[in-house]
Design a protein around this ligand. Structure first.
Ligand code: ADP
Ligand code: S3P
Ligand code: MG
Length: 178
């Protein structure tokens, strides 16, 4: 189906909450372009985010992230946007997301995410001895920020990625009926 919308659809949530996976599903469902902010960042920095974190540090990454997100949100072509898990940290990003997108928070428990990402080596913030503790800490800081910027929250506990995507789709489609 074609979604009638004059704003972007943006997904926020912890690393591993499913933003990239569910964003791709939604873009197919609505025949809208999909952009993963992390991929757009890697195109700009011409290396992986993981390498960039090691070389330049997190603060530099956040500068690039802010710039890329602002550019994408300014686009008149409406897209499904998967943000990076830390995009909500900067108030400027939260303000731009709220202004230019319908924002959905994919809420998932740190325990579930830790299980999903057991073998993942690409997320710099989780390359620590105790990734579960790191996810619990990230959740404590970020959950209020995700809720603050989101138009609605979809809880994924016990659901497959497709089931979560269908829930998000239903909510957005209902909200966009005129
Ligand atoms: N609801 C879900 N149930 C089970 N696995 C999921 C779910 N959502 C995502 N995944 C898996 O978790 C991993 C991380 O998902 P990803 O879309 O990369 O998250 P994000 O972009 O939010 O960091 C992927 O392997 C994906 O297939
Ligand atoms: O949580 C974070 O601060 C980050 C999440 C990553 O995106 P995902 O949420 O897609 O893993 C990526 O932007 C970067 O590694 C920082
Ligand atoms: Mg992602």
């Amino acid at each position: 189906m074609n979604l009638v919308t004059n704003s972007h659809i943006a997904l926020v949530g912890l690393p591993g909450s499913g933003k990239s996976t569910i964003g791709r599903y939604l873009s197919r469902r609505w025949s809208m372009p999909f952009v993963d902010v992390d991929v757009a960042i890697e195109e700009q920095i011409k290396c992986t985010i993981r390498e960039f974190f090691v070389r330049e540090g997190e603060a530099s990454f956040r500068e690039v992230e802010q710039e890329v997100l602002a550019r994408l949100l300014a686009s008149s072509r409406k897209m499904v946007i998967a943000t990076g898990g830390g995009a909500v940290l900067k108030p400027e990003n939260r303000a731009r997301l709220a202004e230019h997108a319908q924002v959905i928070y994919l809420s998932a428990s740190p325990h579930e995410i830790a299980r999903r990402l057991q073998r993942d080596t690409q997320r710099p913030l989780l390359q620590v001895d105790n990734p579960l503790q790191r996810l619990l800490d990230l959740h404590a800081v970020r959950d209020p920020l995700y809720r603050d910027v989101a138009d609605f929250v979809v809880a994924g506990a016990g659901l497959s990625a497709v089931q979560v995507a269908q829930r998000v789709a239903m909510q957005v489609e209902l909200g966009n009926q005129s």
